[in-house]
Design a binder for this molecule. Structure first.
Ligand code: ZN
Length: 473
């Protein structure tokens, strides 16, 4: 509900003035005002602290929320960057030892937010313009229990659980190779995409590769699934490590091959990562697999960094990882907005609308995306239309209202401050239309106070309350 207050408060401040023009973009980004230092090991606690700091530093631009809770009580956190109604999704650390993805994501949020605030460019991308149209949702650490076990070992977990963890780790006290969640289930083999056919799954919980006893039985996978439906992203990318390769195919539909391959080529060109050749019956269960299969949209898995044995990437690899990936989020936002536009073919027309009753606000022109708040009886300037949906600019980005039932005036009404004479009896209506259901009553010829004129109708003050009558000749 906090969100709602913010939206409405913002609206009352900014109506009429649309987005600022982003002309003064310049290059390069000065490396200052950093909150995130990517050359350190990001624990769950440090990550949580810093994403809160980022949200505080960039109010309205960065939003943090929990999308679920793990077996050991850690929150799976999501960070929204941007004010755009379209969205793309980037996640990291589905696999515990692959937490370099968390560092990359946090630094991306930090740098993009800074660029937005200062109206700067990354490469050809004008960050503010882009993020005003397409938001990037990040889940920096999908598997916080697993990452904690990999980084801190047994000490970070209750003692009664230690023996079991050691046995899942093949008798070893060294957890550096840990990939699963802390319950020994591989989260990236948990998604319902040809789950039955997953190859090389151990029969029992283990430090890696155990797919679980059924799909989506872990909190991590179910949280990601629900969250993905909720934000409905145009493109999704999972950061893993290692090996500098890119996956983009999972039984991709023939009609999507060209679209997805083209994007894979662009990502390869930016990162230098080589593409994994499409195979006929891929082993499934991965988040990207599920996203491609379920949404029919482009999904990618990028393996960061030079190939490592079974452990994390060393921190020094971040320099190259950053230069390879610094534009990826913006590239996705740019492509995502194009895809979103194809799905919602709105007309870009400005209209003045006066609401006669409050109306619900939506994030998108669809009933399933409510903001959870309403817009009062105000005059608004809409900037786009799709059927009976109208888009309203707010300081939190564009929101939608549906005018299929709410009475409203199109165009502007003219204020009146005069008394007029009714020469014949007049029906008074609550709204300016001749519908019996909104008819308030009948007035005999008399002098009345006129308040407003619109489209052949006049709003007058009567003992029945304020009501509309048709203008008399
Ligand atoms: Zn992985």
């Amino acid at each position: 509900m906090q969100n709602v207050t913010a939206v409405l408060l913002g609206m009352s401040l900014i109506f009429g003035s649309t987005n600022a023009v982003s002309g003064a973009a310049s290059d390069p980004i000065p490396v200052n005002k950093e909150i995130v230092d990517p050359y350190q090991e990001y624990t769950y606690e440090l990550m949580s602290e810093q994403i809160d700091k980022l949200a505080a530093a960039y109010p309205g631009l960065i939003e943090v929320k929990s999308i679920g809770t793990t077996d050991f009580g850690r929150d799976i956190k999501a960070v929204k960057l941007g004010k755009g109604e379209a969205s793309v999704l980037i996640d990291g650390s589905q696999h515990a030892r692959e937490w370099m993805g968390t560092n990359l994501i946090l630094y991306m949020i930090d740098r993009y937010a800074y660029a937005y605030e200062n109206n700067m460019k990354y490469d050809q991308y004008v960050v503010r313009d882009l993020l005003d149209h397409c938001s990037i949702w990040f889940v920096p650490m999908v598997n916080p229990d697993g990452v904690t076990l990999q980084q801190k070992g047994l000490d970070a977990f209750p003692e009664y659980y230690h023996d079991y963890m050691i046995s899942m780790n093949g008798g070893s006290y060294n957890f550096k190779r840990w990939k699963a969640n802390a319950s020994g289930i591989d989260i990236n083999r948990q998604y319902p995409a040809m789950w039955t056919g997953i190859v090389n799954s151990p029969k029992y919980p283990m430090f890696k590769n155990y797919k679980g006893s059924e799909p989506a039985e872990t909190a991590e996978a179910t949280s990601m699934i629900h969250f993905t439906y909720q934000i409905d992203p145009e493109i999704a990318l999972s950061y893993h490590s290692s090996g500098e390769v890119l996956y983009w195919y999972f039984n991709t539909a023939p009609e999507h091959m060209a679209r997805d391959k083209k994007m894979a080529d662009s990502i390869s060109a930016m990162t230098g990562y080589s593409q994994v050749k499409p195979v006929k019956d891929p082993s499934g269960g991965g988040f990207t697999d599920w996203f491609i299969a379920q949404f029919g949209r482009p999904g990618f898995t990028a393996e960061l960094g030079p190939y490592q044995e079974e452990t994390e990437l060393p921190l020094w690899t971040f320099t190259d990882i950053w230069s390879e990936n610094q534009n990826i989020g913006l590239y996705m936002a740019s492509e995502g907005y194009k895809l979103w536009h194809e799905r919602y073919p709105m007309e870009m027309i400005e209209e003045n609308i006066q609401l006669l009753e409050p109306v619900q606000l939506y994030n998108r022109p669809k009933e399933s995306f409510p903001v959870g708040g309403e817009l009062g009886k105000v005059k608004v300037k809409t900037d786009a239309r799709l059927g009976d949906w109208y888009r309203v600019p707010t300081w939190l980005g564009p929101k939608w209202i549906r005018l299929n039932q709410t009475p409203f005036l199109k165009g502007s009404s003219e204020k009146m401050e005069e008394r007029i004479n009714l020469r014949s009896p007049a029906s008074v209506y609550k709204y300016p239309n001749q519908d019996n259901s909104v008819r308030l009553g009948e007035l005999n010829p008399q002098e009345v106070q006129a308040l407003e004129r619109w489209n052949g109708w006049i709003l007058i003050r009567t003992w029945l309350g304020d009501g509309w009558i048709q203008e008399q000749e």
